[in-house]
Design a protein around this ligand. Structure first.
Ligand code: ACO
Ligand code: OAA
Length: 369
């Protein structure tokens, strides 16, 4: 039970990992959702329990679009965060700042409005901070672009994204949107169980997601792939890592011992993106060779983060922005779990097995050796 492995820590109707084809959101297969919907449909599904009809989707998208503009005080906070900060810390701080200015009602009656606003605001936090610090300019956050995927790409790169990029971004947002009791969702649920506000749930999730054993793995995975000039060099380094018993980020999973059902979709997206003029297809070959060797020799499957890093690299997105993109998607899952927890709440407070000293006499500081 180290790391709570195998412990069922509660009930949830949101997602199953390992049943059916491997991953379902509210009963729908991840492959259908990732390749046949926009992320907004998936976010709506997670938050409301059902897929939206056309009218419901339009209303939801409208609210997200309206959530893109930020209060001046949040913009000022973003300007004051140094360019050297980790973008995950930027996201966490901006989320807190917005929560100070637009707090959630104490009875949570506006919880759906608050998360819809945040789904609009999360991309704005990143693009506003990015352009202020990297290009010295204040970017206009208002846009008619209907999808979050298109908005992120258009505003980050300041040009119209290609269809293949928007398709891949939409799919990535969907693949990352929800994953049962993973560490960040569970942490967010604990915060919800104390009846804290939605911004605190989100910042809890962000802080937990940042670590390289969880969301931060994709940043490390692409760094690993980029250091090699060919497949042989990469495979030699894998042998050396095996010999030193070091972990390779983007491999292994607590739940999926054979296959992460998101990974084949990631392979397909990377395969499509490697054909872009700006892409280096050799990186795909290196990643695929490492994937096959680690699986064949250690039995470890690549998780979504291994090819996830490559997909974002092919879209020419800065490496340290990969995990912030994860927030923009997983926020829907976190909120669905926070709402579910609130609807049937008991504070989450497990027990620990004590391994410290037996009860003993107190010795005052004058008498201590
Ligand atoms: C979206 C996501 O968050 S997906 C996860 C992203 N994280 C990563 O990719 C980080 C790298 N992977 C890991 O650290 C782990 O596999 C985790 C954190 C994902 C899962 O941890 P656990 O369930 O505790 O895995 P566990 O430690 O039981 O691993 C089983 C065995 O595989 C080995 N192993 C697990 N992952 C890796 C890896 N990435 N590279 C090399 N060996 C590994 C472990 O050392 C262990 O070996 P042992 O039995 O000889 O001690
Ligand atoms: O479920 C986990 O432990 C990690 C993961 O893949 C995710 O959060 O998407």
């Amino acid at each position: 039970m180290s790391g709570l492995a195998g412990v069922t820590a509660g009930q949830s109707a949101i997602c199953t990992c390992g049943l059916g084809n491997g991953l379902n959101y509210r009963g729908y297969d991840i492959a259908d959702l990732a390749l046949k919907t926009d992320f907004e449909e998936v976010a709506y599904l997670l938050l409301n329990g059902e897929l939206p009809n056309k009218h419901e989707l339009k209303m939801f998208q409208r609210k997200i679009i309206a959530g893109r503009e930020l209060p001046i005080s949040v913009k000022n906070v973003l300007k004051s965060i140094p360019a050297s900060s980790h973008p995950m810390d930027v996201m966490k701080t901006a989320t807190s700042a917005l929560g100070c200015i637009e707090p959630e009602a104490e009875d949570f009656s506006d919880q759906m409005d608050k998360i819809t606003r945040l789904l609009g605001a999360f991309p704005s936090f990143l693009v506003y901070w990015h352009h202020w610090h990297k290009n010295g300019k204040e970017i206009d956050l208002i846009s008619d672009e209907t999808t979050i995927a298109g908005y992120i790409l258009e505003r980050l790169k300041e040009k119209k994204p290609l269809d293949v990029e928007v398709k891949a971004m939409n799919a990535m947002l969907t693949l990352y949107a929800e994953h049962e009791f993973n560490a960040s969702t569970f942490a967010n649920r604990i915060t919800a169980s104390t009846l804290s506000d939605i911004y605190s749930c989100m910042t809890t999730g962000i802080g937990t997601l940042k670590g390289p054993l969880h969301g931060g793995a994709n940043e490390v995975a692409i760094k690993f792939v980029l250091q090699f000039s060919d497949v042989n060099e990469a495979l030699k380094e894998v042998d050396e890592l095996f010999a030193r018993k070091e972990k390779i980020m983007g491999f292994g999973h607590r739940v999926y011992r054979e296959l992460d059902p998101r990974s084949p979709i990631g392979h397909q997206l990377a395969d499509e993106l490697k054909e872009l003029e700006t892409s280096d297809p050799k990186l795909y070959d290196i990643a695929a060779a490492v994937r096959d060797k680690v699986k064949a020799e250690k039995g470890l499957p690549d998780n979504i983060d291994f090819f996830g890093g490559l997909i974002y690299h092919y879209m020419e997105i800065e490496r340290l922005y990969y995990t912030p993109l994860f927030i923009m998607s997983r926020a829907a899952g976190w909120a669905a779990h926070a709402f579910e927890q609130r609807a049937n709440n008991r504070i989450i407070r497990p027990s620990s097995e004590y391994t410290g000293p037996e009860p003993r006499e107190f010795v005052s500081i004058e008498d201590r050796a």
